[in-house]
Design a protein around this ligand. Structure first.
Ligand code: ZN
Length: 341
């Protein structure tokens, strides 16, 4: 079944101060997410330029301050898990350490300190760092599911890289959550995927991959079993999804899948870095066995500031109206990103 990609073009007219107040018409787009129907807006800044941002002063300042995740401090300053979750206190896998979040915002909330290295510049983020950190996060999730299957039903792994993306500490870390209910957005995805399956007797995510391969507008490429594409209705700039069709729970995910997901993320992060997108949010989405029609996927969006003012890229449109927006066309990004895959 092929997916419908629906958008409307709005023409706005004003008298242009740059051209002697002659009438000028500008086109913006409203796009509808093909699964949830949620609106996403494409602003008409066709020549939007992101300026290079140097994190060095932030990083230097952070080194002078207290960092609970740095070697020698982590063991003294971070909490340990109760014995039913981790008798060893903290879960260590390769260079990653999983610890409880001191400020939990879900029943099961932990952090994966991804490395002993305080600052990892974008160009040094590699497959092993990401795959190993995800592996450590999944290991924690498997333990809480085994301990408390009733309360640890919905899971997520998230990443806020650097302060523009809400990263409170420079030291790279993931956010790992498990709770009784999915987040608002996860709930939308799960319900809409189930409705799609019921209505069309077909899996939305597989149909999305096939539709994007056929039209070629936003399909980026493949790493192993993972298919990468730019979202038709972006949640923010540079919105890229890596979809693992046919898999939906954390027990379905293999070590090869983790490496494939990490390999694609590294390519996207490298692209961000080359295009002055210096910060990002990412999340790995799963669902439980009882929900049908889903597919495990990772999603990554760029975060930026409005240079030279240190302005936020989150406005009333996202906060008050739940309308995501972007200034970069997904089709343009897909054509560029394709070269890396
Ligand atoms: Zn540190």
């Amino acid at each position: 079944m092929s997916i419908q990609f629906i958008k409307t073009l709005n023409e706005s007219t004003f008298l242009d101060p740059m051209n002697n107040f002659a009438p000028k018409t500008v086109v913006s787009e409203i796009r509808y997410d093909p699964l949830t129907g949620q609106i996403s807006r494409i602003f008409p800044f066709r020549k939007f330029i992101l300026h290079r941002h140097d994190w060095t002063p932030f990083v230097e300042e952070s080194k002078q301050k207290f960092c609970p995740f740095c070697p020698g401090i982590l063991d003294k300053a971070t909490p340990k898990f109760p014995v039913n979750i981790a008798p060893e206190g903290r879960i260590r896998m390769g260079n990653a350490t999983v610890i409880p979040n001191l400020n939990p915002y879900e029943k099961y909330a932990s952090l994966v300190v991804m490395s002993s290295q305080h600052y990892i510049p974008m160009e040094e983020i590699d497959v092993n760092l990401i795959a190993n950190s995800f592996r450590a996060g999944l290991n924690y999730l498997q333990r809480v599911i085994a301990t408390d299957p009733e309360e640890a039903r919905y899971l997520s792994i998230g990443w806020n890289y650097m302060p523009y993306a809400g990263g409170s500490l420079i030291h790279p870390h993931l956010q790992v959550l498990a709770g009784k209910e999915p987040s608002n957005y996860d709930k939308q995805l799960i319900r809409a995927s189930e409705n799609y399956l019921t209505k069309h007797k077909s899996n939305y995510w597989t149909d999305l991959i096939n539709s994007e391969i056929n039209n070629g507008d936003r399909y980026v490429g493949q790493t192993g079993q993972v298919h990468w594409l730019c979202a038709f209705a972006p949640r923010h700039i540079g919105d890229v999804m890596g979809i693992l069709p046919g898999k939906q729970t954390i027990v379905d995910i293999t070590d090869d899948d983790l490496n494939d997901l990490a390999a694609g993320l590294c390519k996207v992060i490298r692209y961000y870095n080359q295009n002055n997108i210096v910060s990002f949010n990412a999340a790995l989405f799963f669902t439980s066995n009882e929900n049908k029609g889903f597919a495990i996927h990772v999603r990554i969006v760029g975060r930026f500031t409005i240079f030279p003012l240190v302005g936020s890229d989150i406005t009333h449109m996202q906060i008050m109206h739940d309308d995501p927006w972007t200034v970069l066309l997904p089709e343009t990004i897909a054509q560029e990103l394709k070269k890396a895959f």
